[in-house]
Write a protein that binds this ligand. Structure first.
Ligand SMILES: [Zn+2]
Length: 259
């Protein structure tokens, strides 16, 4: 039997257990975000009387890394924001995705000439090479080269055009090679108006702290996140953001353009 004094504590323990369970079940929380949430939950359960000291307790249990409190780095990583795909970054040619301009002639593999002009007959073969073994059935059809299958150029890209989704504001990068610069310019012209009217992107990172705990999170984020961070207009809490799979309809412009 529990005494009346123990009842609030048991209630508190049950709430804490339920929250820990929810944090572990949250598919949005990467291990680092989960550690932050668990530290705050622990601090809340550990020091319920110390209102206003919860985040200090959480920061203390998270320790330091490289001379900096880990709490600050983890909170900065939980700052609600939109992160564009990696392919939208600044890539050097050869690292960027291949040119996506349409392919006119099928791609044909041409082996590069041997780097040394040595005469084949002058080279003493060390050992005869074995006959190649082909592990395929008689009805095997070799796979089509991806450039031919997708009908794209695929050469090293030098030009990037960013397309913004008119409903989510999310970025789709489009890459083009030097030969297809005219194509890149045409695509840039096509998306210019759409990009200008695109909404602020729906956040896709962070915003988990406000989903679990009530606190002046905007101030906390501001103190840890980079100076360029701004609270998203969709709200700080990841639970409040529109579902990008089912985004809000395109807002129609107030004035229709004269045709
Ligand atoms: Zn190309």
């Amino acid at each position: 039997m529990s005494t009346p004094d123990e009842l609030p504590r048991l209630d508190q323990a049950a709430k804490h257990a339920e929250m820990v369970h929810r944090i572990y079940q949250d598919r949005r929380a990467a291990p680092s975000a989960r550690e932050l949430l668990l530290a705050v939950a622990y601090a809340l359960a550990l020091a319920p009387g110390e209102r206003g000291r919860v985040l200090n307790t959480a920061a203390r249990v998270l320790g330091r890394e490289g001379g900096r409190p880990r709490f600050d780095a983890l909170v900065a990583d939980d700052a609600p924001r939109y992160e564009p795909p990696r392919a939208a970054g600044n890539w050097s040619p050869g690292q960027a995705p291949g040119c996506e301009a349409p392919r006119l002639r099928p791609y044909v593999y041409r082996p590069r000439p041997a780097p040394s002009p040595m005469d084949d007959e002058a080279v003493v073969p060390l050992r005869p090479l074995p006959e190649p073994i082909v592990h395929v059935g008689p009805d095997y059809v070799p796979p089509v080269d991806y450039r031919n299958a997708q009908g794209i150029c695929g050469a090293d890209s030098h030009h990037k055009v960013l397309e913004l989704d008119p409903r989510t504001g999310w970025t789709t990068p489009r890459w083009f090679c030097k030969r297809h610069v005219d194509h890149a310019e045409r695509v840039a012209e096509q998306v210019r108006e759409q990009n200008a009217a695109a909404p602020e992107p729906i956040p896709n990172r962070g915003g988990l702290l406000p989903a679990y705990f009530a606190a002046p999170w905007e101030d906390v984020y501001r103190s840890c996140a980079p100076a360029s961070w701004k609270p998203p207009s969709y709200g700080l809490c990841a639970d409040d953001w529109p579902d990008p799979g089912n985004p809000p309809p395109v807002s129609t412009p107030r004035r229709l353009r004269a045709v």
